[in-house]
Design a protein around this ligand. Structure first.
Ligand code: ADP
Ligand code: MG
Length: 282
């Protein structure tokens, strides 16, 4: 089943001067093709300004395509009538946990999304409880979100999205502002949601996070320039470096060893795979 389909997607930011005339046009998406099936775990990589957030905002109907085709859960993104269906289908989690907090009590914050969607109030309670349970924040339901750690705040943000019962969650660098333990909490939650069948679109700068995906799309100047399974994408070490991106450290080590004549596969992504490969050399 198809979750997202984009063909030749184009978007331009227009800057206007004080008279309202267009002063400059910046093409942030240039002919993007993207296909995501329900249940997939997708990662999107690309250096700053490559168009990742612009693409993410299209998936949640925060931006409307200028040209090209875009369907989210079967809803045509060009149709204004589909706005709420798209927002309900694909929820969005942003980088800064503090900017996403609206209410002064965790459970009220989580209720905000379904309230906005017009979910009847007698159903909201169940949705909020279920969402907090999934992200393991039930015991904080009555707390102030402001006292929580970064990882906990992001989990509350995820619960707020979950309470809208989406098919897909788009996370735009959700761990960028977190410490390692917060990052792990959020990534564990993301993996759990995916195991429950929710489609995940994860934008990240952390290559180890991208390595968890089923498929990686790499962006550069509004285009997708490389895509495939993590093993395929990360075996392109030189191309990734040329794009200003890294590969997981262990993959880079494998690449350096191969260049020094050690007979390893070029698609090692984890420490376990490296250990196995080296043991087989003996
Ligand atoms: P990324 O998330 O990969 O860093 P963005 O999608 O935020 O990239 O930005 C893509 C390009 O669009 C960049 O060149 C950026 O400067 C430009 N851009 C982003 N937001 C705006 C905006 N509101 N107005 C004008 N240009 C923008
Ligand atoms: Mg961004």
């Amino acid at each position: 089943m198809e979750m997202i389909r984009a063909n030749n997607l184009v978007f331009e930011y227009r800057q206007h001067n004080e008279h309202g005339d267009v002063e400059s046009v910046h093409r942030a998406l240039n002919d993007v093709d993207l296909e995501v099936s329900k249940g997939d775990f997708i990662a999107i990589l690309g250096h700053n300004g490559s168009g990742k957030s612009t693409l993410a905002k299209h998936l949640n109907a925060l931006l409307k395509p200028k040209e090209g085709t875009l369907f989210i859960n079967g809803f045509d993104a060009h149709e204004d009538n589909n706005l709420w269906s798209i927002r309900q289908s694909a929820g969005m989690v942003f980088q800064n946990p503090d900017n996403q907090i609206i209410a002064s009590i965790v459970e009220e914050d989580v209720a905000f999304g379904p309230e906005n969607l017009g979910v009847p109030s007698n159903k909201i309670r169940d949705r909020v409880d279920a969402a907090l349970e999934v992200v393991e924040m039930t015991e904080y339901a009555g707390h102030s979100p402001y006292k929580l750690s970064g990882g906990q705040k992001q989990r509350v943000a995820i619960a707020g999205v979950l309470a809208m019962r989406p098919d897909c969650i788009v996370l735009d660098e959700p761990t960028a502002m977190l410490d390692p333990s917060g990052r792990k909490e959020v990534l564990d939650t993301v993996e759990k949601l995916n195991a429950d069948g929710i489609t995940i679109i994860l934008i990240t700068h952390f290559m180890e996070e991208a390595a968890m995906a089923d498929h990686i799309f790499v962006m550069e100047e509004g285009n997708i320039v490389l895509d495939g399974h993590p093993k395929f994408v990360f075996s392109h070490v030189d191309q990734m470096k040329a794009l200003g991106l890294d590969v997981p450290e262990v993959t880079e080590l494998a690449h350096a060893l191969i260049q020094s004549g050690v007979k390893l596969k070029p698609d090692i992504l984890t420490i376990e795979e490296m250990v196995q490969a080296i043991c087989q050399l003996r």
